[in-house]
Design a protein around this ligand. Structure first.
Ligand SMILES: Nc1ncnc2c1ncn2[C@@H]1O[C@H](COP(=O)(O)OP(=O)(O)OP(=O)(O)O)[C@@H](O)[C@H]1O
Length: 272
């Protein structure tokens, strides 16, 4: 068995009444790799994330996450267990920060679980326990580390909702990283970004996978970002996996060109 495999998806099928959103999809995602999930609108990409993160219970299929000699069958866990025990974090297509909270507060809230554990889950603990004070200090340090990485440290006290759009996207990723995930699922993180913001995002994702010993699943329509940073690409169409491989293979795959990329694919143009 390949010890670098973090996630194994086997025969995943998701039906909504008569509609088959995901149809017998299988693939692996590795640690320290970016695995992109691409395909046309309605191909089933977000539904796949919803199955992985407990939003939906798959109709059929096994979703196995393995790290630190532990095996988690995600399809059997509830959403909060997937976050807390299996250590899967996710961002959404639409930004879901707490806009009225400061940038720093958004990152501290993400560490609520660790802080509550350190408080002994008691009201008194919040004020008295040394373990809580230490955990609080560690939470601020981790938040500042990520704010430094995304170059927003000087905006720590700014309300998150007043940041430019691209900065909010990066803050969402930093917030997910503050939960110390082993698998990070990003749903269209480059949507709405200008080219220089997309480049900064790509650099951030490469930094994360290289320095933080995690796997990244990336849903993205920006083919520049996908082709530049992905180690492996899975292509979905009408819920089925139609191809997988490294970027150069996917870019030249006639089935993928016909279904999604279009004839301009080799020039790096965006799919329609
Ligand atoms: N809760 C639901 N109930 C019924 N149908 C759904 C539900 N969620 C998704 N679908 C359908 O499943 C199919 C796949 O949708 P999904 O959102 O996963 O596609 P996608 O590849 O993420 O598309 P996009 O790129 O536009 O975000 C679509 O036909 C969608 O309408």
């Amino acid at each position: 068995m390949d010890t670098d495999i973090l996630l194994t998806v086997e025969h995943l099928t998701m039906r909504f009444s008569g509609l088959i959103a995901i149809d017998d999809v299988s693939f692996n995602a590795k640690n320290r790799q970016i695995t992109a999930i691409i395909g046309p609108n309605g191909a089933g990409k977000t539904t796949l994330f919803n199955c992985l993160t407990g939003f939906y219970s798959p109709t059929i299929g096994r979703l196995t996450l393995t790290h630190e000699n532990q095996v988690f069958l995600l399809e059997r866990l509830r959403g909060f267990e997937i976050t807390k025990r299996a250590k899967v974090a996710r961002t959404f297509q639409n930004i879901r920060l707490f806009p009225a909270m400061s940038v720093l507060e958004n990152l501290i809230v993400a560490q609520h679980n660790q802080l509550m554990r350190a408080s002994g889950f008691t009201f008194k603990g919040l004020f008295g326990l040394r373990s809580y004070r230490q955990a609080e200090k560690a939470a601020v340090e981790l938040a500042c580390y990520w704010l430094t990485q995304i170059k927003l440290l000087e905006y720590a006290d700014t309300p998150a909702g007043s940041l430019p759009y691209g900065a909010q996207r990066k803050l969402e990723i930093a917030r997910a990283m503050c939960t110390c995930p082993r698998l990070l699922c990003l749903d269209e993180p480059a949507a709405g970004l200008n080219p220089s913001e997309s480049l900064a995002l790509s650099e951030l994702l490469v930094f994360i996978k290289e320095k933080h010993d995690i796997g990244i699943l990336l849903i993205e329509h920006d083919m520049q970002v996908v082709m530049d940073i992905s180690d492996h690409i899975i292509v979905l169409d009408y819920g089925r996996k139609i191809a997988e491989g490294i970027p150069i293979e996917i870019r030249r795959n006639p089935t993928v060109i016909a279904a999604y990329l279009g004839e301009e694919a080799s020039t790096g143009a965006q799919p329609a």
